[in-house]
Design a protein around this ligand. Structure first.
Ligand code: AMP
Length: 283
């Protein structure tokens, strides 16, 4: 695996043979890699000729400075995991490579309100930071394919919209959620949970599936209330939201809805955990 640290080195590499003739798949991450990230690398390997993974902990998307400080950065372990997965290129830029001037949000995109609900409502500015950094990374990598996880479903929708607004040639690919045995969606933040909470957090996925099973039987308002209550019940669990929305617009279900998203954010022992499931209508 080639490791490159600056945008200039990266462009020099990708404009050489054999990379320049091939299809480039890109997996942006913030490191502290787990099997969920590796599943994106594997998806990229199936669909592209070369896979570039980036690791950059982006300060502009953290609205809580404590969360940024506590974000795990086990870079040696990450490199080993990427080598084992046969990733082709690791892009490891520094803050000054991404933000040569000031580290601040400069530009944002109008994404039809996708960025102001759910995570956007609880973490003001978060998605502006995400759009900013991914736009810069896309300029550096210039990939044919961009692989994003469904775990961050709202992020996937927003970035797909941004790619469309920028008229980029990049195709956005949504990848399935990789889970721990308990059903908890894998996340770099899970290591901050106690062993007990980590096991109990399987309740989040169980509740999403329960909500899906109730959809034909009860009205959405009742299901949301019940599930929100269930996720608030255990000690040290605090449900931020539990929503059932139109999967394309993140607005209320309407006659034109073809797919639902059941989506939640639960704070467990102070750690924010998000998860969702998609449900096709009549399917
Ligand atoms: P992060 O490092 O948390 O910014 O995540 C980098 C990418 O990995 C994003 O596209 C995430 O949606 C994706 N990802 C994170 N966790 C998982 C998971 N459990 N399964 C699949 N993809 C994931």
């Amino acid at each position: 695996m080639k490791i490159v640290k600056t945008p200039i080195q990266l462009r020099a590499l990708l404009e050489q043979e054999p990379y320049k003739q091939g299809k480039i798949g890109f997996v942006p991450t913030m490191g502290a890699l787990h099997q969920g990230h590796i599943s994106l690398i594997e998806e990229s390997q199936k669909m592209s000729d070369f896979t570039v993974c980036s690791i950059f902990v982006n300060p502009t998307q953290f609205n809580d400075p404590e969360d940024l400080k506590k974000y795990p950065r086990p870079i040696e372990q990450d490199i080993k995991m990427l080598e084992t997965a046969h990733c082709d290129v690791l892009y490891l830029p520094s803050e000054s490579d991404i933000y040569p001037e000031k580290i601040q949000i400069k530009e944002t995109f109008y994404v039809d309100g996708l960025d102001t609900v759910l995570e956007g409502a609880s973490r003001p500015g978060h998605f502006s930071g995400v759009m900013q950094v991914v736009k810069i990374l896309l300029e550096h990598v210039q990939p044919d394919l961009l692989f994003l996880g469904q775990k961050d479903y709202q992020q996937f929708l927003i970035l797909s919209k941004m790619v469309q607004l920028l008229h980029l040639k990049t195709e956005v690919v949504r990848c399935n959620i990789y889970r721990e045995k308990s059903g908890l969606a894998m996340s770099s933040r899970n290591i901050r949970l106690s062993a007990d909470a980590r096991m109990k957090a399987g309740l989040i996925y169980a509740t999403l599936k329960y909500a899906a099973s109730l959809l034909p039987l009860f009205n959405i308002f009742e299901i949301k209330q019940l599930c929100f209550h269930l996720l608030n019940a255990p000690q040290n669990f605090h449900a931020d939201y539990f929503e059932i929305l139109d999967a394309k617009t993140l607005k209320e279900i309407s006659d034109s809805t073809t797919e639902y998203i059941i989506i939640t954010s639960v704070i467990v022992e102070g750690v924010r955990l998000i998860d969702n499931i998609l449900i096709k209508m009549n399917g």
